[in-house]
Write a protein of this length. Sequence first.
Length: 185
Amino acid sequence: MPRAVMCHELGPYQNLKLEDVPALGKPSPGELVVRIASAGLCFPDILVVLGKHVFSMEPPFTPCNEFCGTVTVVGEGCQLKPGDVVFGRSATVNGTLRDEVNVHESVVYPAPAGIDPHILAGLETNYGTTIHALRDVAKLQPGERLCVLGASGATGIAAIELGKAMGATVVACASSPEKLAACKQ
């Protein structure tokens, strides 16, 4: 029987429970069943569980919406096939802290060969948030200096990489020598 992390009441993440859940049924046209290899759990997911995020859900639900996994079943009309590795989002009450998820093919991307599924599982939130902040909000230009506070976290690492790719001189700040070493790497 498949398992999922369930939120039955809003509050601290320690209240979440790993439970057996019913298997997903046959996918609708355009949908896939994906066996989760890695879920991209991030700070906004904790806020959802606490009931403090702008995107709220009523319990019961499974938290987390980013993932990387392998397609196991395809609905009618899908271009992907069983065995394809994909990554993307599932912003529903059937979040991605579970063994499998049912998602529409339009919300997933084929995984490039050789990329760690743990990286792909957190790509959209961390890198999507950061590219929007640097390009659209800050309008970062080549040659500018970018100071990244808390740079050793997932969004911080994304800011370092994207800032460098955009031609900025990046100054990374972190709270320990180990975290600074991760930033340099």
